[in-house]
Ligand binder design. Structure first.
Ligand SMILES: Nc1ncnc2c1ncn2[C@@H]1O[C@H](COP(=O)(O)OP(=O)(O)OP(=O)(O)O)[C@@H](O)[C@H]1O
Length: 664
């Protein structure tokens, strides 16, 4: 029987049970857990019990619960949705409007209208509408925002996916507030510290057969130089490298393995202290650098020997600012120029990704885009939070920020589970084995020494040897414990560490409602993705048909072209022949004319020639020269039949004669 006096606790038990016996099945999402819980409530296996804290589970319930889980877990639609998420994933875009602060406090609200998914900015004629996944108003709390944006991504990172959360916006609009917030006050904690609580809670709730190693890094890009915020020497400039199989990485960047909420919070605070900030006209503590906090979660299931690696990048970008508006000079001006430059490279990368036809994506044009290459159009579930100010003076910048974010909407990342990496857990486990073997040798040595001692007289030399062995042993034991602490084992041994977070999780039903709503949102997205997929598939089928038809037409056209080419070729040949014939005829005629001219000029006197010429006439009908009046001379001529019978009149001008062939 599971007591559900406390819903969070009950659901934790459901998850724990499931993971204990079904490590192979995919992780449950909130919807499935709620379904199973509801079913069991109906069947009477889950009922309200007076003791709120303690959940009691009997074996029968365990068995029934697991059978029901199997039945209910994977529906084809969900499987399809899961497949979709594994391959294509749009960027999730959110907007957060910060409240009026400082001197803005007396301004009246009215420029910005919102509902859950749309935002309208209007000033006189200028009205702009935008649509996003979710719009967070001034009143939204840090935990609301966290539940909606980060929870689905963190859970996917546990499954071995990469995730990235960006905050983008004008300087002073609340990026650092959103990403980091006030680390010391629970209700003001931003995304990064809330993720720490989430991770440790999740580990404490997981199966004890799963081991985890959580490693964090924290760097900033200041004036296009990379600096390690966790190193002793934060002025040291680090370089970006790339290796096949490893991808892009920062050489010499320190990674810290963390085993507690306090430890990782301390690391965050240390890094924040080292981050470059300065006072500007827009923000008293303006971040002058882009900061990337990365969390690598490696998990290994000892039962099926499956290892997954998920990396989460949490990016607090430096704020964009119009230099002439902020009146920056000197260092502030140089910083602003570098910030704007790298943000514009980010914009160019986004444009190239959205364009889809760009032959190359300019990742290498800035350190920021280079380091985030995978998050931008690569293997990562990515969410961007555009932060804007409600003030009228920032109206143009707010529109610009929303336009920038709107463009990002069209980027699609292709995500898949990371499988091949160097396992830190295995390395740690190997090291522990080695140290244990060394410890064993020392223990044996110590035993031998102790056995030999009663037979021999006790000397100070023996004591020294034993002391030395003891020292070495305790050193090795300490070392083993240190490494063992780094490997977090799911389940009980972390419950104590995660107590604080559990309480945080259990403290409000509201949080769970938000958790549900964020899952609903994810399922909504998945549902729409499924629809989109079927539309795309239909379109694809149609396109394939069209493609076939086009191929057929192309084939036909090609045949026609071949035919036409043949005809053209033949015609060309014919014309060529004709031209050659004409040229040849011309040549022969010219030769003949030359001969006649020669004979006339040489043998016919000029005055006879003139006489003959004046008596010659060109007869158009027969295309011939004739001698005028020749019809009236000679008997061997006979009249030619005139084609025009009506024309009986004969005179020397119109009647012409020629020699009949038989008379010749
Ligand atoms: N949602 C919010 N609720 C209350 N205060 C907020 C909120 N968002 C921002 N602020 C306040 O606004 C001021 C500026 O916020 P923040 O430093 O986070 O801006 P930013 O965008 O990171 O600026 P920059 O780019 O210059 O670093 C801070 O005093 C912060 O406390």
């Amino acid at each position: 029987m599971i007591g559900y006096g406390d819903r969070a606790r009950t659901q934790c038990e459901v998850v724990r049970l499931f993971r204990e016996t079904h490590p192979d099945l995919p992780p449950l999402n909130q919807g499935t857990i709620s379904k199973i819980e509801a079913q069991y409530r109906e069947m009477g296996h889950v009922r309200k019990v007076p003791s709120k804290r303690q959940a009691v589970v009997d074996d029968d319930t365990k068995l029934n619960l697991l059978l029901a889980l199997e039945e209910n877990l994977i529906t084809p639609a969900r499987q399809l949705a899961r497949d979709m998420v594994q391959h294509i994933c749009d960027w999730a875009l959110f907007v957060r409007i910060r409240p009026f602060i400082g001197s803005e406090i007396n301004e009246t609200k009215g420029l910005i209208q919102t509902d859950t998914k749309t935002i309208t900015l209007s000033r006189q004629e200028n009205v702009r509408n935008f649509r996003f996944f979710r719009v967070f108003e001034e009143t939204c709390t840090q935990i609301d925002l966290y539940q909606c944006i980060a929870v689905p991504i963190v859970e996917k990172v546990f499954d071995g996916y990469n995730g990235t959360i960006f905050a983008y916006g004008q300087s002073g609009t609340g990026k650092t507030y959103t990403m980091v917030g006030d680390v010391r006050r629970n209700e003001l904690k931003g995304i990064v510290p809330n993720i720490f609580s989430h991770i440790f809670t999740q580990i404490s709730l997981s199966n004890k057969d799963i081991s985890y190693v959580v490693t964090v890094t924290y760097l900033e890009i200041y004036n296009e130089e990379i600096r390690d915020l966790l190193s002793g020497d934060t002025n040291k400039k680090l370089t970006v490298r790339e290796k096949p199989g490893l991808g892009v990485y920062v050489k010499d960047l320190l990674g810290f393995t963390v085993d507690s909420l306090e430890g990782v919070t301390e690391i965050l605070l240390k890094g924040n202290k080292n981050r470059a900030t300065g006072s500007t006209k827009l923000n008293d503590t303006s971040s002058r650098s882009h900061a990337i906090f990365s969390i690598l979660i490696e998990s290994r299931n000892r039962v099926n020997n499956k290892t997954t690696y998920g990396k989460l990048n949490l990016v607090d970008l430096a704020g964009s600012e119009r230099v002439n508006k902020t009146l920056a000079t000197g260092d502030r001006l140089r910083e602003a120029q570098k910030i704007n430059l790298s943000l514009s490279v980010l914009g160019n990368v986004i444009s190239a990704l959205v364009d889809g036809k760009a032959s190359y994506i300019p990742y290498r044009n800035s350190k920021l885009t280079r380091l985030l290459q995978d998050s931008l159009g690569g293997n990562s579930l990515t969410a961007m939070i555009a932060t804007i100010s409600p003030s009228e003076v920032d109206f143009e910048e707010s529109i610009y920020t929303l336009m920038y974010a709107d463009r990002v909407r069209h980027i699609q990342n292709y995500v898949s589970v990371n499988v091949e990496k160097r396992s830190v857990i295995e390395t740690f486990e190997r090291k522990i084995e080695e140290l244990k073997a060394q410890l064993e040798i020392l223990t044996q040595q110590e035993g031998k020494e102790a056995r030999r001692r009663p037979k021999r007289s006790k000397t100070s030399l023996d004591d020294e040897q034993l002391e030395q062995i003891e020292m070495e042993k305790s050193f090795l034991e300490r070392k083993i414990k240190t490494i063992q602490r780094k490997i977090l084992v799911g389940g009980e041994n972390l419950l104590k560490k995660a107590q604080q977070q559990m309480e945080l999780l259990e403290s409000t039903a509201k949080e769970l409602e938000h958790l549900d709503s964020s899952h609903q949102l994810l399922e909504e997205i998945i549902f729409f993705k499924g629809k989109e997929k079927s539309i795309v598939e239909k379109k694809y089928a149609n396109l394939q048909e069209e493609d076939k038809e086009l191929d057929r037409r192309i084939e036909e056209t090609e045949k026609l072209i071949f035919k036409a080419t043949d005809i053209l070729f033949m015609k060309e040949n014919e014309y060529q022949n004709e031209i050659e014939t004409l040229l040849h005829t011309n040549k022969s005629l010219a030769k003949e004319m030359g001969l006649i001219n020669f004979m006339i000029n040489s043998y016919v006197p000029k005055e006879y020639m003139e006489k003959v010429k004046s008596n010659l006439v060109w007869v158009e009908d027969i295309q011939e020269w004739q001698v005028k009046g020749v019809a009236y001379c000679g008997n061997n001529l006979r009249r030619r039949r005139d084609r025009n019978k009506d024309c009986e009149r004969a005179d020397s001008e119109t009647i012409f004669y020629n020699y009949a062939a038989k008379d010749l």
